[in-house]
Design a protein around this ligand. Structure first.
Ligand code: SF4
Length: 461
């Protein structure tokens, strides 16, 4: 119904923390924007791994008695949005496997691109899969390797291609791993005598913690015997942080590679304003929530006032019952409502973070015009999306991406805007400063080989 991008997941871990399950619960709650389909926690307790998980938001899956029963001091957790693997219960994480060397639990954010090849190889060696997620592939590989847990995790990570930030729990040990391209964020922070580990730093701040350390690309960080050790498992890691983390996914209060997400978005808004020196608009509005920071930047740079012209209903998620055909046209209205008093008779600059298929932008422009807006000038705080993502983001196929199939003028005409501008890829990279970005969905330059996804990347399937 809504043509938005979706992140695959968020992970959180607590090592040697009192009431670790509660700590993970609060962490997952802060990461809920990264996945709302399912939630789960695994805790190391009395020599065993206890797991609780289910479909829905973290607050719906867990209650206080559940968490009080999970008594251990080391735990990992996950919030899920499925791109690789379906929505079946077997794919809900943490996934746990039991073997001769004990039980191991895993939580994973990202997407492995050589998943088909690895799955076939493992099946030929006799592995039986419970679900269809690529995270289970990683778990089987760790189980099959020999050596210490760290050695098995490192050997596995070296064979994986694509995007992964995952946490592995065995006994009283957590290992946090990031792929060699650094596509997905992962950081940790001191918490009393122990540590907490998270996909995003916003989850530390809710626990009153403001200092953190990033797990670097190509690193495995072990939390064991009360100590933290960093191990580089590849020779030449690179920096290709997903640009969409800054543009759309991450919370504005998160810091990724030492850049605050709100500050990054504000900068992109300023860059858009500099492209518009001749535009005479009455007000700027941002599409809530992810475009508000860019709208603030635009307003600050241009001197045009910013107003709250659209109100968002935050409770329309992927689990929201799809409307019938007759109600479908009201879909965006259920999620976004224009404020008539603000927009009526005004020439508006509408800032949005991205255009995927164009249907949502078209509906928002039409809602604003129905509410009386005189002109709607759409400014997009990212370049044109022309290629699909294979690194854990649900961006449709090339066929469905409006930017892969139409010119800017054709897109403007389709969404019925009075004018339309996108940021350039060069400006996007400038906003990131020293941080190397993955910009593959804008320029088709993937940082890894794509294996079975090559054809989709070329738009051949
Ligand atoms: S292709 Fe796009 S969405 Fe995917 S990781 Fe790269 S920048 Fe992020």
């Amino acid at each position: 119904m809504f043509d938005e991008l979706h992140e695959e997941c968020g992970v959180f871990g607590a090592y040697h923390v009192d009431e670790a399950a509660f700590s993970v619960y609060y962490g997952l709650h802060s990461l809920q924007h990264r996945g709302q389909e399912a939630s789960g926690i695994a805790v190391y307790q009395d020599g065993r791994i206890e797991t609780r998980k289910g479909k829905g938001l973290t607050i719906d899956v867990f209650n206080r008695p559940d968490l009080e029963q999970m008594k251990g001091r080391t735990a990992i957790g996950h919030v899920r949005y499925s791109t690789a693997g379906g929505q079946e219960a077997e794919n809900i994480q943490p996934i746990v496997a039991h073997g001769h060397s004990g039980s191991i639990a895993i939580v994973h954010n990202g997407q492995i691109v050589n998943d088909m090849e690895l799955r076939v190889e493992l099946e030929q060696k006799g592995c039986i899969f419970q679900g269809t997620s690529d995270s289970e592939i990683i778990l089987h590989m760790i189980m099959k390797e020999r050596g210490s847990l760290l050695e098995r995790v490192e050997k596995t990570a070296r064979q994986l291609e694509g995007a992964f930030s995952f946490l592995v729990l065995q006994d009283d040990v957590i290992i946090a791993v990031r792929d060699k391209y650094g596509l997905r964020p992962l950081s940790y922070a001191r918490n009393g005598e122990g540590y907490i580990i998270s996909s995003e730093t916003c989850a530390f701040e809710v626990q009153g913690i403001y200092d953190h350390v990033d797990v670097k690309p190509g690193e495995a960080v072990s939390f064991s015997r009360g100590l933290v050790r960093h191990h580089c498992y590849v020779d030449h890691p690179t920096s290709h942080m997903c640009a969409m983390e800054y543009i759309y996914f991450a919370r504005p209060d998160s810091e990724i590679e030492s850049i605050n997400v709100h500050a990054f978005r504000k900068e992109t808004g300023k860059m858009l304003a500099r492209m518009d020196e001749d535009l005479d608009a009455d007000l700027v509005i941002g599409v809530p929530d992810s475009s508000l920071s860019a709208a603030i930047g635009y307003a600050e740079e241009s001197g045009v006032i910013m107003e709250s012209g659209l109100v968002k209903n935050r409770f329309v998620t992927r689990t929201f019952i799809q409307p019938t055909q007759s109600l479908r046209d009201r879909g965006v209205r259920m999620k976004l409502t224009p404020v008539r008093d603000v927009v009526e008779g005004k020439s508006i600059v509408m800032i949005d973070d991205s255009i995927v298929r164009g249907t949502t932008s078209r509906r928002i422009v039409s809602l604003l015009k129905e509410a009386g807006a005189k002109e709607v000038h759409v400014r997009i705080a990212s370049p044109i999306i022309t290629s699909p993502c294979f690194y854990g983001v649900d961006t449709s196929t090339k066929k469905e991406l409006i930017g892969a199939n139409k010119t800017v003028e054709e897109i403007r005409e389709y969404i019925q805007a009075d004018s339309l501008k996108f940021m350039s890829c060069e400006d996007l990279k400038k906003a990131a400063g020293e941080v190397g970005l993955c910009t593959a969905c804008f320029d088709g330059r993937y940082c890894s080989p794509l294996f079975s996804h090559e054809k989709s990347a070329r738009g051949e399937e």
